[in-house]
Design a protein around this ligand. Structure first.
Ligand SMILES: Cc1cc2nc3c(=O)[nH]c(=O)nc-3n(C[C@H](O)[C@H](O)[C@H](O)COP(=O)(O)OP(=O)(O)OC[C@H]3O[C@@H](n4cnc5c(N)ncnc54)[C@H](O)[C@@H]3O)c2cc1C
Length: 452
């Protein structure tokens, strides 16, 4: 029996142009993800929190239970686009619809092995590893048997510029000897942390700054690798995965752990700019919808009646609600467009649309969630609601996976390159305008070309 999509909440927010592109398999998956998040994840939020509070650095038993169930239902690794042979078969566009639903609960994506940094890491390994390397690292990650970290950022380098990465990797026999300091790898206090995908510098004097770096797999229990501390993000520890700060002191790994080849890390970092860059954005939309729903509920709450009126009765708040609706829908269109461009024209062509998502979504999502907290009043800023965590998540995505300023820089630079073509076009308007003035015997009011 085909799934009825009309008046079905699982499909309520999907624009018509996207609906026309969803295959029956995708419709079934979106429905299954919706049912999963609504019935298995959101109602279990309090239990998950309590289990985690008992041991901050151990993945809760409930998470293991849910992952097992989600895997059995075929809801694992949905993010991996269908051009990979390891993919469960969705396009980026189809997955975006699933990811938005997952975003309604912060950890729902993890129950389906669709969380960061796993998604970007799995895609990287699927794209660049040899069959032997895949067996060793990709398979356990896709099976959900361990977790991984992408380790590029350093405290003393402008890490949004990959050519500056300084962590030293020296070749000695058939090993790489690694020395350096890295920020933000998941915490190895969690015993599921299996590998770091580390970017370091193997050839600092290479005349090409794009050929100096290498990506290598470092097992998390390697000798000489020490986690100094967990980095809190706006005061939250993000347990049980966390964000560790690591020191590498003469850590040795075999050369066979190098991915793609020596000096090719920049290529890999570029390749990682695909869908993995906007999975956060896809989920942030679902999270923002949930914040918005909480604000709407508060707007009709009979216990909260300033000046004897519902909060939602004030014209200024009705306008706020309207603006937020418009902005959420606009964000969604930008993200879905990026996913569609990647599907139809490839990741490289999608670069601009991906950057647009990365610039727009975290910023607007944080603004909307902030407004939702305001409508909710004092409790909106407390643990009585999930709004503070939601805001923090949106805020950190403005920096994680590259700061929005760097993306704006790139988009702006590309836009500047188009200026010349507009100048040429404008001169042609002037030339033709003069020609028409002569033809019709009217006064030539066009600007002089020299004044351009
Ligand atoms: C929660 C969280 C999770 C993260 N997870 C990871 C992870 O898993 N792995 C990892 O390696 N890193 C991770 N990061 C780090 C993140 O990717 C880096 O912080 C980011 O790339 C910026 O690098 P940086 O901190 O060195 O800042 P810099 O590169 O020094 O940039 C600092 C600021 O300079 C300005 N700037 C930079 N470039 C430009 C430009 N082109 N134009 C104009 N202004 C510019 C911007 O204001 C920018 O915010 C994470 C960060 C956070 C907050």
């Amino acid at each position: 029996m085909p799934i009825q999509t009309e008046n079905n909440p699982a499909f309520a927010r999907i624009p018509p142009w996207v609906m026309t592109k969803l295959r029956p398999k995708a419709i079934e998956t979106i429905q299954a993800v919706y049912d999963w998040v609504e019935t298995e994840c959101i109602p279990a939020e309090a239990v998950m929190k309590e289990q985690l509070a008992k041991d901050r650095w151990k993945t809760p038993a409930l998470m293991h239970e849910l992952r097992k169930k989600a895997k059995a239902k075929g809801l694992f690794n949905l993010f991996l686009p269908n051009h990979f042979k390891e993919s469960p078969g969705l396009t980026n566009l189809e997955y975006s619809c699933c990811a938005e639903i997952m975003g309604r609960n912060y950890w729902a994506a993890q129950t389906m092995n669709c969380h960061a940094p796993e998604t970007g890491n799995i895609e990287l390994l699927a794209k660049y590893c040899t069959p032997e390397q895949k067996k060793k690292w990709l398979v356990p990650l896709m099976e959900g048997e361990m977790s991984s970290a992408y380790s590029m950022t350093e405290p003393d380098r402008a890490s949004s510029d990959a050519t500056q990465i300084g962590c030293s990797m020296r070749k000695e026999g058939n090993e790489l000897v690694i020395n350096g300091r890295k920020l933000y790898g998941n915490a190895s206090w969690n015993d599921e942390m299996g590998i770091f995908i580390l970017m370091g510098c193997t050839d600092p004097t290479n005349p090409s700054p794009w050929k100096r770096h290498t990506t290598v797999i470092v097992p998390s229990r390697s000798k000489g690798l020490t986690m100094k501390r967990n980095l809190t993000i706006m005061g939250y520890d993000w347990a049980p995965e966390g964000h560790g700060e690591y020191v590498y002191e003469n850590v040795r790994v075999p050369l066979e752990n190098i991915i793609l080849g020596e000096g090719r890390a920049f290529e890999i970092a570029q390749g990682r700019l695909g869908p993995g860059r906007i999975h956060h954005c896809m989920r942030l939309i679902g999270q923002t919808e949930r914040a918005y729903e909480l604000a709407l509920i508060r707007c009709i709450d009979p216990k909260k009646m300033p000046r004897g009126k519902h909060i939602g009765d004030f014209d200024s708040n009705i306008e706020r609600i309207a603006s937020m609706r418009l902005e959420i829908d606009a964000m969604r269109l930008v993200v879905l467009n990026a996913a569609d461009v990647m599907d139809t024209h490839g990741n490289k062509a999608g670069r601009y649309a991906i950057a647009q998502s990365k610039i727009l979504v975290p910023k607007v999502a944080a603004e909307i969630i902030d407004e939702c907290m305001q409508l909710y009043g004092g409790q909106g800023l407390t643990q009585h609601t999930p709004l503070p965590e939601m805001w923090t998540y949106a805020r950190f995505v403005r920096v994680a996976d590259g700061p929005d300023a760097a993306h704006r820089h790139q988009v702006g630079r590309d836009q500047m390159k188009t200026a010349k073509s507009f100048e040429v076009r404008h001169r042609e308007y002037m030339r033709r305008s003069k020609e028409l003035a002569r033809q019709y015997g009217t006064e030539d009011k066009s600007m002089d070309e020299d004044m351009l």
